[in-house]
Design a protein around this ligand. Structure first.
Ligand SMILES: [Ca+2]
Ligand SMILES: [Ca+2]
Ligand SMILES: [Ca+2]
Length: 482
């Protein structure tokens, strides 16, 4: 209850300002409101009491507000502002005691007539008023402001297969992503290699510079630059072989195998080789392969992790011609055994030729079917050439040409002697050659008897034959039939 009259002037004045006998004693029944509206008071005149309603207009306390440091864009402050409040009491003798209010439900208060309240990120809903020493307050003011000082979040959604060293090994489909928790995302775009702003694209082989730019509804802009590298191509491997190509897939010389690898996009990270089925090891220098069977396989990996592996490269090397074991010399109708062997590529062809040195006669030649490592057979020559001509006494050449599967050839020479027939069992003693050790006549006779007989048998089968004389060849130490 507010009772001014009784407390401060417990008497009444008349119209002349003198103290009156009859006094109206006033007592507020209902005090004026904040805005100084109507009020009700009671008065007493003498013993008479009456309630009077009247209107008293008093200027109210006021409060003013202003936002400081708000750079506004699209209804948002992009700086962090302050709400400045200032109260005013127009009635002389009274003053503003405090400024109070609430921000988003949280109360604040400043003593005195001013108050600066910093805003929060996001929405700011203020109520505020000034408290007056008059005992009332200003009307309640309100203010709302939105603040977004934070740039939006942004990035790229990348759909691709990751390789090594940050590379993608499949085409990369990139799409912008962005968000803003305060004012919300307005836009987000990307640009490939300073190209047009787009939202999504697919990048094939290559390296690209990507700029992503996002803007929120307050106008805050964020930028980000990144590199996207795509390598979908496996490296190449070139294998070179240096050697003499023989037959049937064999190399007939020692050989070298080398390899190089290339990768146009990310580059070669490693080139490895597996030799003869061994584990992969770094390839550093060409391989030299000696006789035998060899395998080599190469594997290259680019920096993105794409891998190329060659098939298993097979190499067959045989540098050695077959070995031929043939007697140096024998006599016609003798059965001799010869052997041919090839431990490398194996026997492939075998040809045997018997001919005279001057090639007057039709040579006898035949092929043996050979395969595998070893072959053994016999030669019996009856002294007849291909056209039936009977070889006269003398020395004839037997060639064995052996080929292996790689194409290496060996030609080995033997000699067949067709001896000089002897007349009966008599011998003409040959003249001694220098250096020849004499042998007893009896031994020599025995030794030559069979040969003489063969000459006789071969060439003198008919009764009218003249027996040629036998002479001893001083060089071959064999008989020849002249
Ligand atoms: Ca923002
Ligand atoms: Ca590549
Ligand atoms: Ca061989």
């Amino acid at each position: 209850m507010w009772a001014r009259d009784n407390d401060k002037a417990p008497y009444c004045l008349d119209k002349k300002g003198n103290k009156a006998d009859d006094c109206i004693v006033c007592e507020w029944k209902r005090k004026p409101g904040n805005a100084c509206g109507d009020a009700t008071y009671s008065y007493k005149l003498g013993t008479k009491s009456e309630v009077v309603e009247t209107t008293v207009n008093l200027d109210p306390a006021t409060i003013s507000s202003s936002l400081q440091n708000c750079n506004s864009n699209n209804g948002w402050c992009t700086t962090l502002p302050t709400l400045s409040l200032s109260g005013s009491e127009p009635i002389s003798g009274y003053n503003i005691l405090a400024v109070e209010g609430s921000l988003n439900g949280q109360t604040f208060a400043c003593s005195g007539s001013t108050c600066d309240v910093p805003l929060n990120e996001g929405n700011n809903d203020f109520t505020f008023w000034a408290l007056s020493s008059y005992g009332d307050s200003s009307e309640m003011g309100t203010l709302s402001a939105k603040v977004d000082t934070v740039s939006p979040a942004l990035g790229l959604d990348i759909i691709a297969t990751s390789g090594s060293n940050g590379w993608y090994v499949s085409p990369a489909t990139i799409t912008t992503i962005g968000s803003d928790s305060t004012s919300g995302l307005s836009s987000v775009f990307l640009s490939v290699d300073n190209g047009a702003w787009i939202s999504s694209t697919t990048l094939n082989e290559g390296m690209y510079s990507i700029v992503v730019q996002a803007e929120d509804n307050a106008g805050n802009i964020a930028n980000s630059t990144t590199t996207i590298s795509v390598d979908t191509t496996t490296p190449t491997i070139d294998v070179s072989v240096n050697g003499t190509t023989g037959s049937n897939g064999w190399y007939s010389s020692s050989m070298q195998v080398s390899a190089t690898s290339n990768d146009a996009t990310s580059g070669v990270a490693s080139l490895e080789s597996s030799l003869d089925g061994g584990v992969y090891q770094a390839y550093t220098s060409p391989f030299s392969f000696a006789d035998g069977y060899h395998t080599v396989q190469f594997k290259a990996v680019d920096r993105a992790g794409n891998e190329t592996e060659t098939s298993i490269q097979e190499f067959y090397v045989d540098t050695i011609a077959p070995a031929v074991d043939l007697p140096a010399q024998w006599e016609v109708n003798d059965t001799i055994t010869y052997k041919v062997q090839d431990d490398g590529s194996g026997l492939f062809a075998l040809r045997i030729v018997i001919e005279d040195e001057d090639e007057k006669f039709a040579k006898v030649a035949w092929d043996e079917a050979v395969s595998g490592k070893k072959f053994k057979s016999e030669i019996i020559w009856d002294g007849k050439f291909k056209d039936g001509t009977i070889a006269p006494p003398g020395e004839y050449l037997v060639w064995i040409k052996a080929s292996d599967a790689a194409g290496n050839e060996r030609i080995t020479l033997g000699r067949v002697i067709v001896p000089q027939p002897l007349a009966s069992f008599s011998l003409i003693q040959p003249s001694k050659s220098s250096g020849e050790i004499p042998t007893p006549p009896a031994d020599r006779g025995k030794r030559h008897h069979r040969r003489s007989h063969q000459c006789l048998h071969r060439y003198c089968a008919s009764a009218s034959c003249d027996f040629p004389s036998a002479t001893r060849d001083s060089h071959s130490n064999s008989l020849s039939c002249a």
